[in-house]
Design a protein around this ligand. Structure first.
Ligand SMILES: Nc1ncnc2c1ncn2[C@@H]1O[C@H](COP(=O)(O)OP(=O)(O)O)[C@@H](O)[C@H]1O
Ligand SMILES: [Mg+2]
Length: 318
C-alpha cells in the first residue's frame, strides 16, 4: 500500500485496484493479484461465472470486506485509510436482498442519506422514488412489498446520498423483465448525469447491451478487460452454413483457398467470414458453388457473440 498508488493511477480512473488478493479464513483464495481501473463516467460490466470473485471484489472496494493484499483507491481516496471519503462517493446495490423490514420506504431512504452525513433533500429522494416507480409505495412497510419492489428500494437506498460511483451486484438476477428494463433505463440516465457504473453479471446479454467496457473474471483473476465494441469487432466473426443437396466427400479443389469446413457427414459446408470487411465474399462463394454444380437446399448465418468469447475464456483453462 504505497502512498504513491493514488497518484500513479491513470488520470481518468475513478476506481483503481492494485495487486488485490483475498484469502478467506477457509483458505480459499477468492481474488488473486487483481489490477483494475474503472474510468470516470463509464459503464463497466464485470462478467464471470458463479464463484469467480465478483461479489468479493465489489465488497472490498465498498469497504465491507477487507482485502488481504493490495490497495484500492476511489477518486484518489484509499478505501482503508480514507474510508469515509471513499465510501461517501459510493452507492452499492448488494446482491442479497437485505433491508429493514419494519421501516417504510421513505424512512429507509431518508435514513440512508443521513448515514453519509448529507443534508436532508426530500426533492432528491422524491425524484429517485418516482424514477423507480416507488413513489406510491413510499409509506408502505418494506416487508409488505414484493421481491421486485424490495430490489427497487435497495437501488433507491444506494442512490439516496448522490453517489458518484454506483455498484450493482447482479442487479437483474431473478428479476422480472419489466424491472430489468427499468433498471437498464435508470443506469443509462445515471451515466448521463456523470455517475460511473460498475455492474456484475453472469448474463452475457446484459454486459453486451449495457457496458462500455467489459472485464471478465474467472477463479479470482481478471482474464480480460476490453472496450465492448473492440471486443465484438475482434471476435465478431460470422458463419454461413449451407445444407447441401448431396453430400460431398471433401471440399472441392476449386474451393480450397476459401475458409470452408465440411461437416463429418459431408452434408454441410460452413463458411467463416469477418463482419468488419467491406466484402463478405458470400456472393462470390455462391457463384463459385453454382459453377461447380454444388446445390444447397438451405442456408443460415450465425454470429459468434460475447457468449462464445466468454465460454472460450472461462473454459480455456485460463
Ligand atoms: N465469507 C466467505 N467465506 C469463505 N469463502 C467465501 C466467502 N464469500 C465468498 N466465498 C468464496 O469465494 C469465492 C468467490 O465468491 P464470490 O465473490 O461470491 O463470487 P461471485 O460473486 O463471482 O459469484 C467462492 O468460491 C465463494 O464460495
Ligand atoms: Mg456474487
Amino acid at each position: 500500500m504505497s502512498p504513491l498508488d493514488a497518484t500513479t493511477s491513470a488520470p481518468d480512473a475513478i476506481v483503481s485496484v492494485r495487486g488485490l488478493s483475498k484469502h478467506y479464513k477457509s483458505g480459499l483464495r477468492a481474488l488473486n493479484n487483481v489490477d483494475l481501473e474503472i474510468r470516470r463516467g463509464e459503464i463497466f460490466a464485470l462478467l464471470g461465472p458463479n464463484g469467480a470473485g465478483k461479489t468479493t471484489l465489489i465488497s472490498i472496494i465498498c469497504g465491507i470486506v477487507n482485502g488481504s493484499e493490495g490497495s484500492v483507491h476511489v477518486d484518489g481516496h484509499d478505501i482503508v485509510r480514507d474510508y469515509r471519503a471513499a465510501r461517501g462517493l459510493i452507492g452499492l446495490v448488494p446482491q442479497e436482498l437485505s433491508t429493514d423490514a419494519f421501516e417504510t420506504v421513505w424512512a429507509t431512504v431518508k435514513f440512508s442519506r443521513g448515514l453519509f452525513g448529507k443534508a436532508p433533500n426530500p426533492v432528491h429522494l422524491e425524484r429517485i422514488l418516482r424514477d423507480l416507480s416507488l413513489w406510491e409505495k413510499k409509506d408502505s412497510k418494506i416487508m409488505a412489498l414484493s421481491g421486485g419492489m424490495k430490489r427497487r428500494v435497495l437501488i433507491a437506498k444506494a442512490l439516496a446520498h448522490e453517489p458518484r460511483v454506483l455498484f450493482l451486484d447482479e442487479p437483474t438476477a431473478g428479476v422480472d423483465v419489466e424491472l430489468r428494463h427499468d433498471m437498464w433505463e435508470m443506469v443509462r440516465r445515471l451515466r448521463e448525469s456523470g455517475v460511473t457504473i460498475i455492474l456484475t453479471t453472469h448474463y452475457i446479454e446484459e454486459a453486451e447491451q449495457m457496458a462500455d467496457r467489459i472485464g471478465v473474471i474467472n477463479r479470482g483473476e481478471i482474464v480480460l478487460v476490453e472496450e465492448k465494441n473492440t471486443l465484438m469487432q475482434k471476435l465478431g466473426k460470422k458463419q454461413l452454413t449451407l445444407s447441401l443437396q448431396s453430400p460431398l466427400e471433401s471440399v472441392p479443389e476449386g474451393l480450397r483457398e476459401w475458409p470452408l469446413e465440411l461437416s463429418g457427414d459431408g452434408q454441410c459446408l460452413t463458411y467463416t467470414f469477418d463482419t468488419q470487411g467491406n466484402d463478405t465474399g458470400i456472393a462470390m462463394l455462391l457463384r463459385k458453388l453454382g459453377e461447380l454444380g454444388i446445390d444447397f437446399k438451405d442456408l443460415h448465418s450465425s454470429e459468434s457473440s460475447l457468449e462464445d468469447i466468454f465460454v472460450s475464456l472461462v473454459r480455456g483453462g485460463v
